[in-house]
Design a protein around this ligand. Structure first.
Ligand SMILES: [Zn+2]
Length: 127
């Protein structure tokens, strides 16, 4: 019996949903703890020792970073989010034209709203 591995989402997906923050520790949405002790972080009394004693916590050789989508914050190095990310990525990839049209329509609407608000503000100022 072979173990089926879930592919890591594409770099473009990761770049788009990367929260661009690093931390000494982080809890993934699935509950797994990750931490990094590169010597630059300030730890609470016994905090690092407690993490190292926790068999379910994972020590990383670099800062803990995060990916966020669907109101969930995942640790980048956790693999629990790969299945859902691949589903979202497949949806986006198969509807690029529709998504592009949607975004363009949203931008037009936002710009029209902004122009309308600007007109109202100018009228208020002139009164
Ligand atoms: Zn996870």
């Amino acid at each position: 019996m072979s173990v089926k591995t879930v592919p890591v989402p594409k770099k473009s997906f990761l770049k788009a949903f990367d929260m661009s923050i690093g931390s000494c520790r982080g809890e993934c949405t699935c509950g797994r703890q990750f931490f990094n002790d590169d010597g630059t972080w300030d730890w609470g009394e016994g905090e690092l020792e407690s993490l190292r004693a926790d068999k379910s916590a994972t020590e990383l050789p670099y800062a803990v970073s995060f990916v966020q989508f669907e109101d969930n914050q995942y640790v980048y190095d956790c693999d629990c989010w790969h299945v859902r990310a691949n589903q979202i990525q497949a949806f986006i990839d198969s509807h690029l034209r529709e998504i592009s049209n949607y975004i363009n329509a949203e931008i037009i609407e936002i710009n029209q709203h902004a122009r309308h608000m600007q007109t109202l503000m100018v009228k208020d100022f002139q009164q």
